[in-house]
Design a protein around this ligand. Structure first.
Ligand code: CTP
Ligand code: MG
Length: 231
């Protein structure tokens, strides 16, 4: 952390219990290698360095060994078994936290987590029940109707929403418990909205991309030159 101000205490939930079907990796994508370590390890290390306590990680049923291998040598995290949907996994992880004032909920599939996003979210929580990182939509948008353009969508009111998302622990736990389970929530802010809560927006970060498809694992290294070719 660059800021001299200490961060307020916070818990972290990392959801890593998905199957990663679209990524088509030999292992669920959160356990695949990305830029020299497992996808999961990247954000867990960032949370531990930022002082998150506890760090609760939802893993697939029978996924404990893969998670422990991925996190080998790290200390200060707890594993729980996730559920059939992302929101089930979040709820199980939230319920494993004994007490916390603030909690950040994060997709393991977004390994590159800039610490300054954590700082922004925690600062925003001083005046809000929830805070989420968002990015503007820069491309123009059209509505698809059988491959034909059936109208343009208004992009200036739309935002791309990322994780981690920050909440007052008690409020998000209550909202998740009240969630009527069949619908896919998409993210935790939706769960809070459904319970009547609202969230503040903070600037997101392009690095927080969610690894989703096989091609996301193909170009992994930042650009490099052959040894001896640089000055
Ligand atoms: N996740 C989870 N429990 C589930 C489903 C998803 O913890 N039952 C987690 C994933 O591990 C991931 C995050 O939620 O870190 C975002 O989900 P997504 O990108 O959709 O991952 P998967 O569901 O694993 O991938 P896919 O949809 O391609 O199968
Ligand atoms: Mg999924």
């Amino acid at each position: 952390m660059q800021d001299k101000e200490p961060l307020p205490s916070f818990a972290a939930v990392v959801v890593a219990a998905g199957k990663g079907l679209r990524a088509g990796q030999p292992l669920p994508k959160q356990f695949a290698q990305w830029r020299g370590k497992s996808v999961l390890r990247h954000s867990v290390e960032t949370f531990l360095r930022a002082g998150a306590c506890p760090v609760v990680i939802a893993v697939p049923e029978n996924g404990e060994k893969a998670a422990l291998d991925a996190l080998d040598g790290l200390h200060g995290f707890t594993l729980v078994t996730g559920g059939d949907t992302r929101q089930d996994s979040v709820l199980r992880a939230l319920q494993a936290i004994e007490s916390a004032d603030r909690v950040l909920i994060h997709d393991a599939a977004r390994p590159d987590l800039p610490p300054e996003v954590i700082q922004r979210l925690l600062a925003a929580l001083d005046n809000a029940v929830g805070a989420i990182p968002v990015l503007a939509v820069v491309d123009s948008l059209s509505i698809d109707s059988d491959g034909m353009m059936a109208g343009a969508a208004q992009r200036d009111v739309l935002r791309r929403v990322q994780t981690p998302q920050a909440f007052r622990y008690r409020d998000i736990l209550k909202a998740h418990k009240a969630w009527q389970g069949e619908r896919n929530a998409g993210d935790d802010a939706q769960v809070l909205y459904a319970a009547g809560g609202d969230v503040a927006h903070v600037p997101g970060d392009d690095r927080l991309v969610k690894l989703t498809f096989a091609e996301d694992f193909m170009s992994q290294s930042p650009c490099t030159v052959r040894t001896g070719m640089g000055f």
